[in-house]
Design a protein. Structure first.
Ligand SMILES: Cc1cc2nc3c(=O)[nH]c(=O)nc-3n(C[C@H](O)[C@H](O)[C@H](O)COP(=O)(O)OP(=O)(O)OC[C@H]3O[C@@H](n4cnc5c(N)ncnc54)[C@H](O)[C@@H]3O)c2cc1C
Length: 420
């Protein structure tokens, strides 16, 4: 039985790799001129690999940790949570662990699972729920800066039902230790892609599906047919309607695509010729400015200088995007100068990576808005001969991550194999 896999990100490559290993013929169609999708390692900015997309493996038990160990890819333990510096709302500047020990009020914003107030069974926004649970506006601001920025959108857009408890479940499932891949995150996708028939520069525009199988047409007028297809298009692309399905997808699938949300995301990356932070223990900064979150991918990499990467989603990203590339980069530099109390730091190179306007992603990663709990599950359901993978189709506890995308690819490939 033949299969087309649409998209050569982590989900598509894990699906195609699984099918090939099972002896099934597979063709992978990828719009870009590279594989990896939201895994995008740059080796031109400076002498060490820099991640333009995904950067961390979240958890020693995460499926991608297990995969990396199996493939012999070296992992570097990352300690950002406790060793990072945080600018408190009262302007104090201390390590995260010191702040948590000194201020129980602050500690609570890092531990939402501990809240006992029941969430409205009809769902409510994370912001509304936390206010009802007694959070002050100051605490809400911390949640916005620290939790919601990583979760992908602002607290007023996140479902409380889908959010509260998730961090704890994630820790229990995947473990507490984050890792970086010093040789580049793309090592993982390159290894999965070996032996696959991948067509780059092949943007799919139409997918016809039915009892006879699948026929796929591309923007450059190529066509491919197969018995089945695994669709790993990012949620933003599915929502844009740029890929037409004929016949239309079932109404519940369309409803799930509409109900979920993709928050905006961007990275601002600065390369400094000499270190701007002397303390080698400082790996990350939680800033009170915009962008709210920084880390240094060059820590312990032997680079004479330093690279600092800022990551912004949600309202932070919307405000930065409104400034345009130059304005956002200047804003980022201004924030870093304020936090380090050093107006003289000047990068030798800086760039932004704007995932929101990237036509083959159209956003950062999926989030569950109020009332959309369960929609990822609907999105993941097979509609033979189409099978569905991608981070947005992973269970809430794994979604929006590389390991979630990887597992979704395994699941879709197994569904396809058991349909034969
Ligand atoms: C800035 C940023 C930082 C992140 N940081 C982390 C992190 O530290 N840790 C973590 O676990 N996760 C992180 N994530 C999330 C993670 O990157 C994603 O969840 C994961 O990589 C998604 O994989 P995927 O295969 O589902 O989608 P993608 O990687 O987006 O793959 C989909 C593929 O489909 C292709 N495509 C799109 N349209 C078409 C078309 N018309 N025809 C053919 N192909 C098409 C795309 O080009 C792409 O290659 C981050 C994401 C972003 C944006």
């Amino acid at each position: 039985m033949t299969t087309i896999v649409v998209g050569a990100g982590m989900a598509g490559l894990s699906a195609a790799h699984t099918l090939i290993k099972a002896g099934e013929p597979v063709v992978v169609l990828e719009a870009r001129n590279r594989i990896g999708g939201r895994i995008y390692t740059n080796r031109k900015l400076c002498p060490i690999p820099i991640e333009f997309g995904a950067e961390f493996i979240h958890g020693e038990r995460a499926a991608t940790s297990v995969l990396a160990r199996r493939l012999g890819v070296q992992l570097y333990p990352w300690r950002k949570t406790d060793d990072s510096y945080v600018r408190l709302e009262n302007d104090m500047w201390m390590t995260m662990s010191a702040a948590r020990a000194a201020f129980p009020e602050f500690d609570l914003v890092r531990n939402l699972s501990a809240l006992e107030t029941p969430i409205s069974p009809q769902d409510e926004s994370l912001a509304d729920y936390l206010r009802r649970a007694g959070f002050s506006e100051e605490q809400l601001h911390y949640v916005h800066r620290m939790y919601a920025n990583a979760a992908g959108d602002a607290p007023q857009y996140l479902s409380a039902l889908a959010t509260i408890g998730l961090s704890q479940q994630r820790l229990e499932m995947n473990g507490n230790q984050d890792f970086r891949i010093l040789d580049g995150y793309d090592m993982l996708v390159k290894m999965l892609a070996a032996d696959l028939d991948i067509h780059l520069d092949t943007p799919v525009s139409h997918i016809e599906w039915g009892g006879d199988g699948v026929s796929v047409t591309t923007l450059n007028a190529a066509s491919f047919t197969a018995d089945a297809a695994i669709i790993t298009l990012p949620l933003g692309v599915l929502q844009s309607g740029r890929v037409h399905f004929s016949p239309q997808l079932p109404t519940d699938k369309q409803a799930a695509i509409r109900a979920l949300k993709v928050g905006p995301a961007l990275k601002l990356i600065y390369y400094f010729e000499s270190p701007i932070v002397d303390d080698p223990e400082v790996m990350a900064i939680y800033s009170a400015e915009n962008p709210p979150m920084w880390w240094s991918p060059s820590v312990e990499q032997g680079l004479p200088g330093q690279v600092w990467t800022a990551f912004a989603t949600g309202d932070w990203a919307r405000d930065l995007l409104a400034l345009g590339e130059d304005g956002a980069l200047l804003q980022g530099l201004k924030s870093l100068r304020i936090e380090l109390d050093n107006p003289y730091i000047d990068p030798i190179a800086m760039l932004w990576v704007n995932w929101t306007d990237d036509p083959y992603t159209l956003g950062g990663y999926s989030v569950v808005p109020v009332g959309a709990m369960g929609m990822r599950d609907v999105l993941s359901q097979p509609t033979p001969p189409l099978y569905w993978a991608g981070e947005a189709t992973a269970p809430d506890v794994q979604a929006a991550t590389v390991h979630g995308a990887y597992l979704s690819g395994l699941r879709a490939a197994e569904q396809r194999l058991s349909s034969a």
